[in-house]
Design a protein around this ligand. Structure first.
Ligand code: PEP
Ligand code: MN
Length: 353
């Protein structure tokens, strides 16, 4: 007899559980309607004073047997879950993200499709003079490389270091690119120079130091040219994608993501090439992903294996610094390849066209 009663009570408890669940689900549905209105009207998701008022009313209405504190505790959990539900509803799908099954974005530049077959972006760290850039441009042409890089504006760690030729550097890039049928990839470091750089360049580069400069990201986003965005050396993959989202939101989704190494405890390389980032970015975004092996390594002897690793992980291109006389370079002398080394690098990586 006792056993039957216990069984009955247990059944009653499970019925109540199911009723509670039904009520919780209804509550969740109402919460979602509230969230839609809050989002429309720009109201905050979490309103602590409203929670306090609801908890006080519940404690007053409490008939026991649970003590008021227990009732408060249980409802606080319900409120917390409701706020989480609202926040989950608010999380945006990134424009630069990859919807399931979405194809890779291809960005045509200088006769190649970035995002298709692997591309090479090569040239000196900084534009130094006509002869230097001409020698590199001629070699690129000879080797079938279409994208010429080179900094006219250099953001250097030391204010005493070579800062770049500025406007003159842009003109040299434009002239040499025309001479050899190349496209120009060059960095813009300041919102005030975006229009000028966009006049001379085919791709606007945003450097690692400036990835978090949201004003600059907006400005380059509205300049109407493809953007090569470099990952900050301590930026997470999520932060990197958000930076790309800033550019995309300014009306330009033609963004090339460039992994260029992150800071770690390792001292034999300038940075540590984050190969995982390449695979993750390819999975999470439809933007093209390229890898700058030169700034990742900070040395020239391991560039080919790093480039092979990057391509194996899914990178759609490689950036590499090339200088006719690296020893005399005004920046990054220790990592630039000379013209012969560059040719051998391309062969070793399987990128000779
Ligand atoms: C560069 O590519 O010229 C450069 C300065 O690299 P980073 O912004 O990755 O340091
Ligand atoms: Mn450099």
């Amino acid at each position: 007899m006792t056993e039957t009663t216990l069984e009955t009570l247990r059944e009653e408890l499970q019925r109540i559980n199911l009723e509670l669940l039904e009520l919780l689900s209804r509550r969740g549905a109402v919460v979602q309607q509230v969230q839609a209105i809050k989002q429309r009207d720009g109201l905050p998701t979490y309103m602590p004073e409203r929670e306090q008022a609801m908890l006080a009313e519940l404690a007053t209405a409490n008939r026991g047997p649970f003590p008021d504190e227990t009732v408060r505790h249980l409802f606080r959990e319900i409120f917390r879950a409701s706020v989480a539900l609202m926040e989950a509803g608010q999380r945006k799908v990134l424009r630069v993200g990859r919807a399931p099954g979405a194809p890779d974005l291809r960005i045509p530049v200088g006769g190649v499709d970035v995002g298709g077959a692997p591309v090479v972006i090569a040239g000196p760290c900084a534009v130094e003079d006509e002869a230097q850039l001409d020698a590199v441009g001629r070699k690129l042409r000879e080797l079938g490389v279409r994208l010429l890089r080179g900094g006219a504006y250099k953001s250097r760690s030391s204010p005493y270091a070579f800062q770049g030729l500025g406007r003159r550097g842009l003109e040299l890039l434009r002239d040499v690119a025309r001479r050899y049928g190349l496209a120009v990839v060059t960095e813009v470091t300041d919102t005030r120079n975006v229009a000028l750089v966009a006049e001379h360049a085919d791709v606007l580069q945003v450097g690692a130091r400036h990835m978090h400069n949201y004003e600059l990201l907006r400005e380059v986003g509205s300049a109407g040219k493809p953007v090569l965005l470099k990952r900050g050396w301590s930026a997470t993959i999520e932060e990197f994608l958000w930076a790309a989202e800033y550019v995309a939101l300014s009306g330009n989704e033609r963004v090339i993501l460039c992994e260029r190494g992150i800071r770690t405890f390792e001292s034999q390389t300038r940075n540590t090439l984050d190969v995982s980032a390449v695979a993750l970015l390819r999975a999470q975004s439809r933007l093209p992903v390229v890898v700058d092996v030169s700034h990742a390594a900070g040395r020239r002897d391991i560039l080919a294996p790093l480039a092979r690793a990057a391509l194996a992980a899914g990178a759609q291109g490689v950036m590499v610094e090339v200088h006719p006389d690296p020893a005399a370079a005004r920046s990054d002398a220790q990592q630039q390849l000379d013209l012969g080394e560059f040719e051998r690098f391309l062969s070793a990586v399987g990128l000779r066209s």
